[in-house]
Design a protein around this ligand. Structure first.
Ligand code: NAD
Ligand code: TYD
Length: 350
């Protein structure tokens, strides 16, 4: 068997939990190890349905702990890595850039070194799959799309740290022949996303009838993809993607923030049996994010042509599933918005 022992990093986070679930359920022949430090963004409740699966092991640990990571690779001889662990929120990166360098750059380096040390004499059937973001390409104007050959031009400490880690992965491929693949995906939404990102933060605030803080004039554009479709794309690239290549993943689904927020308000009013228009009244324009990228939009034609991938749900459908999940999982939402969340929220939005 080609990939028998797979290390997924950051599997207790938002996207990582969907990828871990898909691999554990779909591939009983693989042993899946989930390494996660359980930071504020990591939550084992995200994986309660698979925690006792025979082919699944959770390991609590930090990817920046070099001796721990080396010992883990020696012990389990991971034949492949799907690397998602990261600090992932732009606003937090503006407050504390160094922690993004530590996890996203140094942590990736430590994993690369451990993988290289283990297999350097024979990389046959091995793979280091690095999950990245479209934000490394910087900001688009009104026209155009990011392709796999768009130059890197990151603007936030978050995107700079992800760009740096992408460069190191590619450099290890060139220098040491380490087999890798990188995917750069657009904004994800869906179940289990921590409510610091736009969609779950606004769902939570609408439920609680709190202001909806739209940055600047709200005319910023993002390309939204349902998280399960991202997980499906990761499965495809992992098994069929060409090594030493990059694939862009996106939803062909651009929305201006303010239009998205209005759609969300409409759907939430219907779901909560509130008078249409009541959630929109919560919209509050607040101070803009420094260095705010105007527009992201992905050209996902390479993955579509080569691997036949395309999103499986429309945005309206995905958003409905997402809203239903947050309304049905109020305990999850309450648990993650207690404690540290409150102090973050007060600092960010006061
Ligand atoms: P997330 O913040 O929800 O989860 C990150 C996970 O990594 C958490 O479980 C956290 O505990 C873990 N983690 C953080 N630091 C760690 C460390 N030092 N050691 C071990 N584990 C650690 O993030 P997400 O939104 O699921 O993003 C996952 C990956 O996908 C990231 O690499 C991100 O850059 C990338 N990505 C995210 C999006 C998006 O829209 N969310 C889009 C494209 C790419
Ligand atoms: P976010 O979900 O943080 O993702 P990213 O910054 O990685 O794209 O933000 C999505 C968009 O929503 C972005 O343009 C910033 C904007 N935004 C707000 O207007 N208000 C908010 O409170 C947040 C968190 C984001």
């Amino acid at each position: 068997m080609k990939y028998k022992s797979i290390l997924i990093t950051g599997g207790a986070g938002f996207i990582g939990s969907h990828v871990t679930r898909l691999f554990v359920n779909k591939y009983p022949q693989y042993q899946i190890f989930n390494l996660d430090a359980l930071t504020y963004a990591g939550n084992l409740e995200n994986l309660s349905d698979i925690e006792s699966a025979e082919n699944y092991t959770f390991i609590k640990g930090d990817i920046t702990d070099e001796s721990f990571v080396n010992a883990l690779f020696e012990k389990h001889k991971f034949s492949s890595v799907i690397h998602l662990a990261a600090e992932s929120h732009v606003d937090r990166s503006i407050e504390d850039p160094l922690s993004f360098v530590k996890t996203n750059v140094i942590g990736t380096m430590i994993l690369l070194n451990a993988f290289k040390s283990l297999w350097k004499d024979d990389f046959t059937d091995k793979l280091f799959y690095h999950i990245s973001t479209d934000e490394v390409y910087g900001s688009l104007g009104a026209d155009g799309l990011f392709t796999e050959t768009t130059s890197y031009d990151p603007n936030s400490p978050y995107s700079a740290s992800k760009a740096s880690s992408d460069h190191f992965v590619r450099a290890y491929g060139e220098t040491y022949n380490l087999p890798y693949v990188i995917t750069n995906c657009s904004n994800n939404y869906g179940q289990n996303q921590f409510p610091e990102k736009l969609i779950p933060l606004f769902i939570n605030n609408i439920i609680n009838e709190k202001p909806l803080p739209v940055y600047g004039d709200g005319n910023y554009t993002r390309d939204w993809l349902y998280v399960v479709d991202h997980a499906i794309a990761i499965d495809l690239v992992f098994h069929k993607g060409k090594h030493e290549e990059t694939y862009n993943i996106g939803g062909f689904n651009e929305w201006k923030n303010i239009d998205l927020v209005k759609l969300l308000c409409k759907q939430m009013d219907s779901k909560l049996n509130r008078v249409q228009g009541s959630s929109e009244k919560l919209i509050t324009y607040v101070k803009d994010r420094p260095g705010h990228d105007l527009r992201y939009a992905i050209d996902a034609s390479k993955i579509n042509k080569e691997l036949g991938w395309e999103p499986s749900v429309t945005f309206e459908e995905g958003l409905k599933i997402t809203i239903d999940w947050y309304l049905d999982n109020s305990t999850w939402l309450k648990n993650v918005t207690s404690g540290e969340y409150q102090s973050y929220y007060n600092k960010q939005y006061s």
